[in-house]
Design a protein around this ligand. Structure first.
Ligand code: MG
Ligand code: ZN
Length: 221
């Protein structure tokens, strides 16, 4: 039993070391970077497409897409104007810092302002593998239900921003927003939150403004 625990700790400290190296590289090239985490179908790729639509006229953007098998999402990001790199995790249900490092090797980082990393759709282990990105972002969506902060607390505890996607579906789904918000509040009281619909574009402008501020503050360091 004890042996098992120490192996897990070793894996995590090795991962954290690589994550720190990733962060240094991104800082050196003044690239602001975000790690998008969510369950499958919450709208990670849709939000990335919407973000690219708004920001490719202003910034050079790279997308690193983690998926278990296909490159469907990376193709969508490339079509939306980003330089896209695909990580096929070979069945693994999250991206780790080592995979991100290999993907970073494929990019000329000095030529980018923004890096968006789309993690594998999963609400459990992505929370325990730091990648080295500047911010970790969680996308929740209305059809998933209002109990997710209670069921997946680790995911909500450590993120820097929360997107609540598909708010256009609120009239059709039993989603108790005060109950959801209370769960988030307990875990992460100061979490910056953006209710949006990628489909109708409601709320997207606030998300884009926040992101622009983050990119600009990175450039000014
Ligand atoms: Mg996707
Ligand atoms: Zn995993």
């Amino acid at each position: 039993m004890v042996k098992k625990v120490s192996i897990v700790e070793k894996i995590h400290s090795a991962n954290d070391q690589l994550a720190a190296e990733n962060r240094q590289r991104l800082d050196r090239s003044s690239v602001f970077s975000l790690n998008f985490m969510a369950s499958p179908g919450a709208g990670k790729t849709s939000l990335i497409e919407r973000t690219l639509h708004e920001l490719t006229p202003l910034f050079n953007i790279a997308v690193i897409d983690g998926d278990v098998a296909t490159s469907i999402d990376a193709n969508r990001a490339a079509e939306a104007g980003a330089t896209a790199v695909q990580i096929n995790t070979g069945g693994q249900c999250h991206i780790d810092a080592n995979m991100l490092q290999k993907a970073l090797n494929e990019l000329d980082l000095d030529s980018f302002d923004l890096l968006l990393v789309e993690n594998v759709g999963n609400l459990i282990c992505p929370a325990s593998f730091q990648l080295g990105t500047h911010k970790n972002l969680l996308i929740a969506s209305i059809p998933e239900g209002d109990d997710k902060p209670y069921k997946y607390p680790a995911m909500y505890q450590d993120v820097d921003a929360l997107i609540i996607n598909k708010i256009d579906l609120l009239p059709y789904v039993d989603f108790d927003m005060p109950y959801f918000e209370k769960g988030v509040q307990i875990l992460n009281p100061d979490l910056v939150t953006f209710p949006v619909s990628c489909r109708t574009e409601e709320g997207i402008q606030f998300w884009i403004e926040w992101l622009k501020e983050q990119i600009d503050s990175k450039k000014n360091i």
